[in-house]
Structure formats: structure tokens, C-alpha cells
Write a new protein. Structure first.
Length: 219
């Protein structure tokens, strides 16, 4: 039985629990999104285990409504970049409200997304709206968006814990991913997770996180 599962009032065990979560806090506070990646290879088993962590997430009725497509093929990555930049160009030059563009200014982003080709791995998370039995019967999924979103968060945590960097990339329209990656009708692209080592030349924007008292209410 693990220390965390052993629900006793033992102060020594409680101290160990506090130490564990504090160490995790210090580690996760160092996590930052990266927009410039190194082409340094990453062992695929690391990515597989990160996805296994993500797949351990809770889900509505344990239906596990997700599918991960891991892209390493340079040609497919180039196709994804090409399609994404078409959407991004329209966003930055025509459809984005000025308030959104102002919010993005500190990060220096534009319609060009070279990281989609630079990084060794693109992990595309698809949310499964329903499943199909062999006889064609539809099996409805409960809370698929919430479940897949929790899985996404756990994937990012695993990637950071492994010592890699990541970026959650969500172009305004992601329908092209379904056809490009030959995914079935019951799946919807939720995000592209770019994963790898950061480029040493990447200039990380200065950001800060809100203090606890701004987003937590204890009752």
C-alpha cells in the first residue's frame, strides 16, 4: 500500500506527503511553453510512456474517449504546418479581434509556425465523441471533452517530468487533421502537442503566475 493511500493520522507519513507535493510544485513551476525547438532526437519510448501517463487519466464511465496520433514523418509534419499556416494567416490578418492580437504581443507570435517541423514529435490528441461496436451500434461517450482535457493536462505534466519541453498548439480550425491523418468520423482534433528539447536560442518571454489567493477560495 502506498503512503498516500494509507489514510492514517501518522504525522511522519503526512510529512512525506507534504514533501512529495512540494517537490512536484517546485518542478512544475518551472514548466514553460516553448515555441522554438531543437531537432535533437528523443527516444520514442519516452513519448510512449508520457502518453501512457495521459491515458491513466479519469474519464466519464471509464470510456477513455481519446486517441493519440504521434507524428514523426517530416513530410506529414510539413503538410500539417502548411495547412496550419493558411489558417493562421487568415487569423492574424483578418479574423482575430484586436484585443486577442494585443494579448499575443508579448509572445511575439505570428502566422508562421516553424516549430511544427522543428520538433521531433507532434502528438495530436483526438477526442472520441462516441464509439462504434462491430455491428455498427453507437456507444455514446459521457463527458468526452472534459475527460480528454484532463488527459491533455497529464500529458503535459509527463512531458515536463521527463525533462522535455512542450507547446499546446490549437489553430482556430483543426478539421484538416482528421483528413490528413485519416481519422474516423467519431473523432475530433482537440490539440497538437509539440514535444522535444528546446532550442538554446529560444528567448523565453517573461511571464508570471497569479498568487494562490487570486484563484482559490477556502470555505
Amino acid at each position: 500500500m502506498s503512503i498516500i493511500n494509507d489514510m492514517t493520522n501518522d504525522p511522519i507519513k503526512q510529512e512525506i506527503m507534504e514533501q512529495r507535493v512540494y517537490e512536484m510544485l517546485i518542478n512544475m513551476q518551472q514548466r514553460r511553453s516553448v515555441r522554438k525547438f531543437s531537432s535533437t532526437p528523443v527516444p520514442v519510448n519516452i513519448i510512449k510512456n508520457c502518453i501512457r501517463v495521459a491515458a491513466s487519466a479519469p474519464s466519464g464511465a471509464n470510456q477513455q474517449p481519446w486517441h493519440f496520433v504521434v507524428v514523426t514523418d517530416p513530410l506529414i509534419k510539413k503538410q500539417i504546418r502548411t495547412e496550419a499556416e493558411k489558417i493562421e494567416y487568415d487569423f492574424y490578418t483578418r479574423t482575430a479581434p484586436q484585443s486577442w492580437l494585443d494579448a499575443l504581443k508579448p509572445f511575439g507570435t505570428n502566422f508562421e509556425k516553424p516549430f511544427l517541423e522543428e520538433a521531433p514529435f507532434l502528438i495530436i490528441l483526438f477526442m472520441k465523441k462516441y464509439d462504434l461496436k462491430s455491428d455498427g451500434t453507437i456507444v455514446r461517450h459521457y463527458y468526452p471533452l472534459e475527460s480528454a482535457s484532463i488527459s491533455l493536462g497529464m500529458l503535459l505534466t509527463a512531458i515536463h517530468t521527463a525533462g522535455l519541453s512542450s507547446l499546446v498548439y490549437t489553430p482556430a480550425k483543426m478539421g484538416f487533421l482528421k483528413s490528413l491523418l485519416n481519422r474516423p468520423e467519431n473523432e475530433k482534433a482537440l490539440s497538437i502537442v509539440v514535444a522535444g528539447f528546446p532550442n538554446p536560442d529560444f528567448d523565453q518571454p517573461l511571464i508570471s503566475k497569479k498568487p494562490l489567493n487570486e484563484f482559490v477560495t477556502l470555505i
